[in-house]
Write a protein that binds this ligand. Sequence first.
Ligand code: PLP
Length: 375
Amino acid sequence: MKKILHRAWAEINLSALSSNIAAVKAVIPKHTELMAVVKANAYGHGDEAVCRKLAELGISWFAVSNLEEALSVRRICPDAEIFILGYTPPECAADIAANNIIQGIMSIDYANELCKYAEAPIRCHIKLDTGMGRIGFRAKDTYACTEELLPLFDKDKLLIEGIYTHFAAADSFEEDDIAYTEMQEKRIFDVYDRLSELGYKLPHVHCMNSAASIVRPNERCTLARVGIVMYGLLPNYPVELPIKITPVMTFKSVISQVKEIEDGDSVSYGRTYTAGSKRRIATVTVGYADGYARLLSSKGKALVHGTVCPIVGRICMDQLMLDITDVQEQVQSGDEVILFGDGEITADMLAYLYGTIGYEIVCGISKRVPRIVIE
Ligand SMILES: *Cc1c(COP(=O)(O)O)cnc(C)c1O
């Protein structure tokens, strides 16, 4: 009997998640707490199962990108510390406070707006832009930046509990990128220290993402914001990390039909692929509407009975075709196909084939694909 009656599904392996957490905990400083980054539905893995497992593993800090995600995590983990990394519409100030959520503050204007709508005080961490160029108080000049931050401490609607920044290139081992990360690190601790001198000693300071947590763990950070490696993918494939991680998501589908085609026969829209000889072709019930990128047409590969098979022709909305000529075993309708996962084809490798990152692949697996949790 077939266990799963789906056309495409993502298996979420919770023991891989737990071994990845152990691997990260082994390299970050003992007193640095792991803040699990579970934005975008836990990078597409499903926040329900992931957060539950993380809580079971003793994780008490969670980071998300918006209020909706924060409320979802709050429902799953009633006692967790939940941190919104980016912008929340100030009109939602009351919901932030009512749900005991911590908000990142990126500018004075934003702080003012938030206070305007706040009923109860809002817990927050100050976001510094030390070189990412995305959001935050610009922190090139320690004194000027600190001056700009001081008015925040006078607001009775803000409870400032920390300061943080985000690295632009911590996943690179190029000399100038390492120097850039060191400069960013110096900037945040300079501001942190200056605030301390002025009497504002903040309980939390954090700057590490996955890459930094592993390659340059900083003793001074109270929290490490770890995302991608927890899911078993690399921040910058093919740059390896010095820890062993296992992909948590395995994306699978099934074969609907197997056929033989002849020299000159074409496959799929636009006739971009024409067989040069007799080939065996399998149609698979997955397509770009499932989040399997159309840009992988004639580039992607998938596993059929353990053999790597190339995609031929264009990927359709709900289907794609594989050349299974090299598969020794008999292949038939209903057979399982592994699109990526923990094995010969990872999300990182597929991403690399068409110029993106593993993050985008797992986040992009669409809503119609059920997540099947495996303990
Ligand atoms: C997404 C994100 C992270 C996690 O990054 P990874 O590379 O997945 O570890 C950390 N901090 C911020 C601000 C983020 O937006």
